[in-house]
Design a protein. Structure first.
Length: 385
């Protein structure tokens, strides 16, 4: 379990390490680093009846080291020169002894939605590792219905307003959600959803270079969309582990196989369709407890069809699938499912992936695996910028 989550963090750090993502168009500069401190205040959302007892208001604190992009790489220009960084987050979660305190460390990318030289409205996305000081224990801490593990995945989604007040300083204000979950690797796993508002200040560590204001547009490099019209056929697998010993006295493996056919319509976006095969070892015990007879393993395999959208950032991309199951005996949660897959291309066609599967927003498993892509070009005209 710990190894899988470490792999996910390494994949996300690839977004920050630009020497891994792409080849530089201009010499590197060291004069675009900033540090940011913000104070947050919010509440623990009660998205399940069992979590009502933990509802409270409390502060949280975040400090980050960030890098302001200016077009050193093609993807920076295509995404309006985002801010990338690494964040440390802490909250006492209202002082409830059952859930304790929370720590998180995660890379972030801050996309400008509307911006000029002084003002910007941004969307900030972060995902990494979280640590909760207290977890569920069937004897020592049975009142913690939220999470069964100390180590979790931490995710942060924020809308943020930024106002540049001087050459060195920027003020920030925002509102968003911080989420802790282990993807059902250890049950229970209702997760924690923390809604907060924030205010903060950002300062450059040194005088920023002039390229930050004028921006540049680099040349085209490997892994980037060159205007050719093609379809991509992708095959991938994901292996997950579900520790349900607290409820059923056993642990189970989940094996998923995915196929997607995608059409790239721009540098950033792909659209397509997908087919899923999922075998969850825990389904059998769930069916037996409802007195449903299982005669063969094929009855435990769920087949799903879906629509897909992929957001591309050079080697790294986010794939979103929404679909429904057409077969499989165990579909008690819902026929509708969602999957978020983080992909990182090791070579031109081979990629590693981390897949989070959910039913109506409730996480089922987090799987890790490999995939392969085959491209079929049907129009060879290259777009010139």
């Amino acid at each position: 379990m710990h190894t899988g989550k470490l792999i996910s963090l390494i994949l996300l750090f690839a977004l920050i390490d630009n020497d891994i993502i792409a080849q530089p168009a201009k010499p590197a500069t060291n004069h675009n680093l900033t540090t940011e401190f913000n104070i947050q205040y919010g509440l623990l959302m009660s998205h399940h009846l069992e979590l009502d007892v933990f509802r409270s208001h409390f502060p949280a604190f975040e400090i980050s080291l960030q890098k302001t992009t200016f077009g050193k790489y093609r993807w920076e220009a295509e995404y309006a020169y985002p801010i990338i960084g690494i964040n440390l987050w802490y909250s006492g979660l209202g002082g409830r002894s059952e859930i304790g305190s929370a720590f998180a460390v995660y890379p972030t990318i801050n996309f400008p939605l509307i911006s000029d030289n002084k003002l910007s409205l941004n969307f900030k996305l972060g995902i990494g590792l979280g640590y909760l000081t207290n977890r569920f224990h069937r004897i020592d801490n049975y009142k913690n219905f939220a999470i069964g593990s100390h180590l979790n995945i931490a995710a942060s989604l924020f809308f943020e307003f930024r106002r540049r007040v001087s050459k060195m300083l920027t003020m920030t204000a925002g509102m968003g959600l911080t989420h802790f979950s282990n993807g059902s690797m250890k049950t229970p796993n209702y997760g924690l959803n923390i809604l907060t508002a924030s205010i903060g200040v950002t300062s450059y560590l040194n005088n920023p270079n002039s390229s930050l204001d004028r921006k540049i547009l680099p040349e085209l490099y490997s892994f980037e969309f060159d205007g050719r019209k093609y379809l991509s056929l992708e095959f991938a697998t994901a292996l997950a582990f579900k520790d349900m010993s607290g409820e059923y006295g056993k642990s189970f493996y989940v094996l998923g196989a995915f196929a997607n056919i995608m059409a790239q319509v721009s540098y950033k976006s792909k659209f397509g369709f997908g087919l899923d095969l999922t075998h969850d070892g825990s389904d059998k015990i769930l069916l037996e407890r409802r007195y449903v007879t299982v005669t063969n393993n094929l009855q435990l395999t769920k087949i799903g069809v879906n629509i897909a959208y992929e957001l591309v950032m050079d080697r790294l991309s986010f794939l979103f699938n929404v679909g429904f199951y057409v077969s499989g005996l165990e579909r008690s949660e819902s026929d509708i499912y969602q999957r978020l897959t983080l992909k990182y291309f090791i070579t031109k066609n081979l990629f590693a992936n981390m897949a989070l599967s959910a039913h109506l927003g409730r996480a089922e498993y987090v799987g890790f695996g490999l995939g392969y892509r085959v491209n079929f070009i049907y129009k060879r005209k290259i777009k010139h910028n």
